[in-house]
Design a protein around this ligand. Structure first.
Ligand code: FAD
Ligand code: SF4
Length: 470
């Protein structure tokens, strides 16, 4: 049997069109293309792709169902391991996980099977065609509280609810979904998909209480007083880091979290939005991860005339997913690599303190970098090139240089230990230093991936079940 060496292309909106709208960029495989792509799979006996998946989806089996045209059967196989397939099919870094292990890639040096694209196809097919509602199982009489409605909390809640637990999720924001709703933009992950996943959880009997901040509205100890027998903390890593360079207090400097939250969650791109945002002009986004790509492409869609990515290493070290970088380049984002900001510049009229332009960003001063010896992370350390300073004229600066876990829960929960980066310390079951308090996802690891957060939620759900029911 000959195998097509190339993965089937995913149709997308044309770059010049999509750069000015918030609709989804990648349009998904049509049925015939999905079946053709599935036929590339060799159904390997040793199943290396399954090992590469953090939640061990039974990949060859779901792909076999697609080959036979049984898309619902394929969905049911995925659903045994992952409760958010429509999300993961869109945003998981498959190229470093399941697809990196695919025999076609490793042995035959071809494109791997498009596992992520097939997962998305199956989940979308199910959402469009299945009328089936999730059934709440018989209650087992135990109550568990979950803090945070991101992928880790949603997964933990879903797995416990399927076992008959009465689960309540407490979410600080007014909408459930975590980064999936406030961070990742609509053009990469339509919010209706996340809402559908949350609805499924509610059908299973999970209660979602929004606008409740654990550590302020209620504490972890009060949750136990309310009768919950275990608590899972999936509060993420939403505290933005800044560079601490001069000028960060000027108007027009945002953390990526604030910029994306205003745009995604508060829909600042609509007419008469609930929140203002800087639109248009020239924008510099500092950083090279997925968050930086999302902020840059959002700025473009909000009407920016020029958007720069300013990143201190080279393209090789840039941590964002390749597909997102390619999409950003196609849309016209200007990558200023091996550059590091040293100061943000702002307007000050010495003659008129009431000049409305006072205090607004006018530019960013950067220095050029070269790569030296590898550092502790194994990546080559960027070193400043003396005398290479230059300025970019911009009106908005978005800092996308990472986030940390918020210390609020740690500060209000006696005996909860965290590491020096603020991550909650857990054992292999997700148990923290406090009895019957579990944690997982970015709150433990710092900013990571959707699938690793889901894996942690699953792991903790299993451990909670073991503790409460033996
Ligand atoms: P979160 O998703 O952060 O959810 C935590 C939830 O807890 C939030 O809803 C928060 O409001 C709530 N919360 C916080 N504190 C409290 C409190 N005290 N009380 C009650 N609720 C609280 N990963 C990928 O795999 N692929 C991608 O393409 C990708 N792109 C990304 C793009 C952006 C812009 C960002 C920011 C992240 C991206 N990630 C991506 C990372 C991924 O989204 C996260 O790793 C993942 O969402 C972590 O899940 P979580 O459940 O641990 O936390
Ligand atoms: Fe199919 Fe690749 Fe997995 Fe083999 S490794 S079963 S070819 S997806």
């Amino acid at each position: 049997m000959t195998v097509n060496p190339k993965k089937h292309e995913m149709p997308t909106q044309a770059p010049e069109v999509r750069a000015r709208n918030f609709q989804e960029v990648a349009l998904g495989y049509p049925v015939e293309v999905a079946v053709e792509e599935a036929k590339r799979c060799l159904n390997c006996k040793n199943r290396p792709c399954v090992e590469g998946c953090p939640v061990n989806i039974n990949i060859p089996d779901f792909i076999s169902q697609i080959k036979q045209g049984d898309f619902e059967g394929a969905y049911q196989i995925i659903n045994r391991s992952s409760s958010l397939p429509a999300v993961c099919g869109r945003v998981c870094p498959q190229e470093t996980q399941c697809e990196s292990q695919c025999t076609l890639r490793v042995r035959a040096k071809m494109d791997p099977v498009g596992i992520g694209r097939l997962e998305r196809f199956v989940a979308d097919w199910h959402n469009a065609n299945s009328q089936e509602k999730a059934q709440a199982p018989a209650a087992n009489g135990h109550k568990v509280a979950v803090v945070g409605a991101g992928p880790s909390g949603l997964t933990c809640a879903g797995d416990l609810a399927k076992k008959g637990y009465q689960v309540t999720i407490y979410e600080a924001l007014h909408t459930a979904g975590g980064v999936l709703v406030y961070g990742i933009p609509e053009f990469r992950l339509p919010k209706s998909i996340v809402a559908k996943e949350v609805e499924t959880l509610k059908e299973l009997g999970v209660e979602v209480e929004t606008n409740v901040i654990i550590g302020k509205t209620l504490t972890v100890d009060e949750l136990f007083d309310m009768g919950f027998e275990a608590v899972f903390i999936g509060s993420g890593a939403g505290l933005p880091n800044f560079m601490n360079i001069p000028g960060e207090a000027y108007k027009g400097v945002y953390s990526a979290n604030e910029f994306l939250t205003r745009s995604n969650l508060m829909k600042a791109y609509q007419e008469n939005p609930q929140t203002p945002i800087m639109k248009g002009g020239r924008v510099a986004v500092v950083g090279g991860g997925n968050v930086a790509m999302d902020a840059a492409r959002t700025a473009l869609r909000l009407g920016a005339e020029k958007v720069y990515i300013v990143y201190r290493r080279s393209m090789e070290e840039l941590p964002a997913r390749r597909e997102e970088v390619e999409h950003a380049e196609e849309e016209g984002i200007d990558f200023r690599l091996l550059c590091n900001p040293t100061e943000i510049l702002g307007y000050q009229n010495p003659d008129d303190p009431r000049d409305p332009r006072n205090g607004f960003v006018t530019g960013i001063r950067c220095v050029k970098m070269e790569l030296g010896e590898p550092d502790a992370s194994g990546r080559r350390r960027p070193v400043e090139i003396e005398g290479s300073e230059f300025e970019l004229a911009v009106d908005t600066v978005v800092m996308a240089i990472g986030t940390s876990p918020n210390p609020l829960i740690k500060n209000t929960t006696a005996g909860l230990e965290v590491n020096r980066r603020g991550g909650i310390i857990v054992n292999e079951e997700g148990l923290t230093s406090r009895e019957k308090v579990y944690a997982g996802g970015d709150a433990v690891t710092g900013a990571a991936t959707v699938i690793s957060a889901m894996g942690a939620g699953k792991n903790a759900a299993k451990a909670i079940d073991g503790t409460l029911r033996g």
